[in-house]
Design a protein around this ligand. Sequence first.
Ligand SMILES: Cc1cc2nc3c(=O)[nH]c(=O)nc-3n(C[C@H](O)[C@H](O)[C@H](O)COP(=O)(O)OP(=O)(O)OC[C@H]3O[C@@H](n4cnc5c(N)ncnc54)[C@H](O)[C@@H]3O)c2cc1C
Length: 417
Amino acid sequence: MRITCVGGGPAGLYFAILARKAGHEVTVLERNPAGVTYGWGVVFWDDLLDDLFRHDPASARRIWDAAYKWDEYAVRATGKAVNHLAGYGFSLGRHRLLDILSARAVELGVDLRYRSEVADVPASDLVVACDGAGSRIREQNAAHFGAETAYGRNRYIWLGTPKVFRTFTFGFEKTEAGWIWFHAYPFTDEASTFIVECTPQTWAGLGFGELTGRDGCDRLAGIFAAHLDGEPLIDQRAESGGTGWMSFRRVTNRRWDLGTTVLMGDAAHTTHFAIGSGTKLAMQDAMALASALSPSDDLGASLERYEHTRKAALAPLQQAALASSEWFERMDQYGDLPAKQFSYALSNRRGEYPLWRYLLHVSTQSGPSRAMLRQALTLRRWSRARRRSGGAGAGGFGGGGFGGGEQHRRDPAHVGG
Ligand SMILES: Cc1cc2nc3c(=O)[nH]c(=O)nc-3n(C[C@H](O)[C@H](O)[C@H](O)COP(=O)(O)OP(=O)(O)OC[C@H]3O[C@@H](n4cnc5c(N)ncnc54)[C@H](O)[C@@H]3O)c2cc1C
């Protein structure tokens, strides 16, 4: 089959790899030049690594090798002791991820064309619209797809910093205009992602509406000075005179296909960054679509199977993302709680935990019990990595760190920025 992917993000590139491996002729049209993208590092957990190793071990191994491995979550808030949430995860710069995927796609014979902005649906046996949250293809047929976009109440900005955080850190500062907080995590030995969020009232009260991108970063660096060790915050949009402050765009579509065109990744559905899963879900869409394409079925049946499978898999995560983002919208209700209750409320932001989780949280904040929990998780991460690589010691368990993995699926305590 001749397949054209519109968009060379994680969804488009990963689908291209899998479709090419299945013998299809695949072209990817990406509007940006090679090596140019938005955003900083993204986080993921064992469940994605398991899937990647199952579908394409060659790219999975490169992703594993490049991934930054971190353990525990730190919760820091003005006037409170530092608390910790158990768990571990991985992060990777978006640039690096796209480099790995595009190199693998080209190696397999995918025709990858940069600087190719698509205005209309191209002619092909199958067109995969993976052109991101603002998908032009979706918008051209919004009524058919039943596309809806809702905006989150809070304001956020996706920044980077040369400050390398030790681990995934939530930091909350109380200002004269209200609470403002960040979700930060290292993604290389030289940089961290730093996402700042606050209510619209705090945003206006701190004057961000009037500040340029650069001045806004300086203002934020001042507010979060206690966490940054003198390092700056960087807004990619500031270079072109803009600023990256936004409200989260929640995209849904009643149906995902139109003839031989199908939506995938953020073009089909977005997932709030409060659970850090959009890239994972986009790549899992790619896996599902590639698996659904079968020479014995007609295309319509394959696309229906793909949509059905993915909508069922997405529903609980979308629910979790919504609950999690709403918790942050109500954050000021929790701000005055003592440290342990506050960090527990943050970890239980979906409100699903049984009482024993609270007792475990309180009893593992320090000393030997915290160390024991970390060790247990280390073991779990090690055994998971070993299983992935067929017992040969590595799916490469090269990077050091602590375990936890599977819990990401069901445990909001381990779901970060
Ligand atoms: C602040 C923030 C933090 C996040 N953190 C995480 C995280 O930690 N973990 C995680 O898993 N996810 C995270 N995400 C979500 C993640 O970034 C997205 O879900 C993911 O990038 C979706 O992949 P995609 O391929 O569908 O779309 P995109 O990555 O947006 O790729 C779409 C591609 O299509 C191209 N394109 C667009 N229009 C056209 C056109 N007309 N012609 C040709 N090309 C076109 C674009 O240039 C782009 O390269 C975060 C998102 C935000 C906003």
